[in-house]
Design a protein around this ligand. Sequence first.
Ligand code: FAD
Length: 462
Amino acid sequence: MADFDLIVIGAGPGGYVCAIRAAQLGLKVACVEGRETLGGTCLNVGCIPSKALLHATHSLHEAEHNFAKMGLNVAKPEVDWEAMLAYKDDTISGNTKGIEFLFKKNKVTWLKGWASIPESGKVTVGDETHSAKHIVIASGSEPTSLPGVEVDEEVVVTSTGALTLKSVPETMVVIGAGVIGLEMGSVYARLGTQVTVIEYLDEITPGMDAEVAKSFKRILGKQGMKFVMGAAVSKVTRSDTGAEVTYTARKKDTEHSVNADIVLVATGRKPFTEGLGLDALGIELEPRGQIKTNAQFATNIPGVYAIGDAIVGPMLAHKAEDEGMAVAEVVAGKHGHVNYGVIPSVIYTSPEVASVGQTEQQLKEEGRAHKVGKFSFMGNARAKAIFQAEGFVKLLADKETDRILGCHIIGPAAGDLIHEVCVAMEFGASAEDLALTCHAHPTYSEAVREAALACGDGPIHM
Ligand code: FAD
C-alpha cells in the first residue's frame, strides 16, 4: 500500500490549496516544501509582502496629501523603514503560520525539504523516499534573468530583494513595466524615491485594455514615476554608488544610460522545476519551459499532475488555487474544472486596476460586434469624497445578446469591484442584468452598474 494517496510538491497557493482540498475529500495527503515556511512565493516573497508595503505607503500618501484636505492636521509623517519592514514580516508570518494551522487541522503531513520524483508513484525528500498513488507538481516560478544583467539582490535586485532593501533609495530604475515592476515602483515612489521605469514595448502592462493602460500610465506619471518606453536594456554595471543601466532607444537606435541607487529587474517570471528530475522521468515540457498538461492537469506520465505557475496560463495566485482545487477533485475521482475565461487580474497600485474577460482590442481582432459601456468615477459620489475620481469602469457586452464579455476598471477598490462582473460572467449574465440589480448608495460599485446602464439607454450620473 502506498504511503500516501497524494503527495503535492510545493506549498504555494496551488500546492497548499490542493493538499487541503484533497484531505477534505478524504485522501491521505502529504505536501513537500523546501522553504522554511509554507505559502510559496505568494505568501513569502510575492502577493502578501508587496501588498503590506503598498498598504503602508498608501497610508503615507494619504497622510501627506489628503489628511489636511479633510481637516486632519498632523505632523509630517516620518518613515521608520525598519519598522515598516517588520510590519511586512509580521504580515507574512501571520499568514504562513495560518497555512501551518490549516495543514494540522486537515491532517496534511508537511514533508520538509526539496523533493524529486525518481519514478512515477515515488517522491524522494532528503534521504527518504515516499510512495504515493498520485503526485501533483506545484513547484511555482522564479524571476527571469536578462542577458547582461547580473542580479546580486543588493543593488541589482529582483522583486525578492526589493522587499528587503537596507534603506529607501533616492533613485531606482525598474526594468519592465509589468504588474510587479509597477507595484514595487509605486511603493518606492510613495516613499520619495525617484523611480524611472524602462520598458521594451511602447505600452505599459502588455495585454491590458489599451484605454486603461493609457490612463494608468498618465496617472502614475502624475504621481512622479518616469517612463522610458521602447527601450531595450543591454547591460547593468555596478558602480561605487549603485549601478548604471545602459539601454537602446529602439526607434532611434541610440544608446543611453541612467544611474540609480537600486535597479529592480522585473521582466517576468519563469517556471521553477529544478531538481525535480523531470528530464529523467521523461515529463514533456512546453517550448517555454512549463510542464505540459491536459485539461485534467495530467502530464504525460501516468499519476503525475502539474498546476500553478509551473504550467501555462496567467501566473496568478488565484489561478494556481483554482487549479489546486480542481486537480484535487480529479485525483479524488470527481470532476475538477477551471473557467479560464473568467480569471480576474488586479494591479494593487493607487488607483487599482482590474480586469476580467476580453479586451476591446481582442473583440475587434475577433470581429465580434460589441457594445462599450463606460462610466467615469467623476460621477461617483463616494470616489469623489476620497479624492479618487480619476478612473473609469469599461464594460464590454455582445452587441446582439448583451452578454457581458469583459470588464476593465481603473479606480478605487477596482480589485474588489471586478468580482461582481466575474460572478455575472459565470452566470452568463447580460449587461442589463447588472443594470437592473439594485446597488447600494453610496458605493464604488454603483460605477459598475452605471457602466452596465451605459451599455443600454445610458447612465444616470454622467
Ligand atoms: P509558488 O507560490 O511559487 O510556490 C511554489 C513552492 O514550491 C515554493 O514555495 C517552492 O519553494 C516550492 N518548491 C519548488 N520546488 C520544490 C521542490 N522540488 N521540493 C519542495 N518544494 C519545492 N499573484 C496574484 O494573484 N496576486 C498578486 O498580488 C501577486 N503579487 C505578486 C507579487 C510579487 C512580488 C510576485 C513575485 C508574485 C506575485 N504574484 C501575485 C504571483 C503569485 O505569487 C504566483 O502566481 C503564485 O505564488 C503561484 O503559486 P504556485 O503555487 O504555482 O507557486
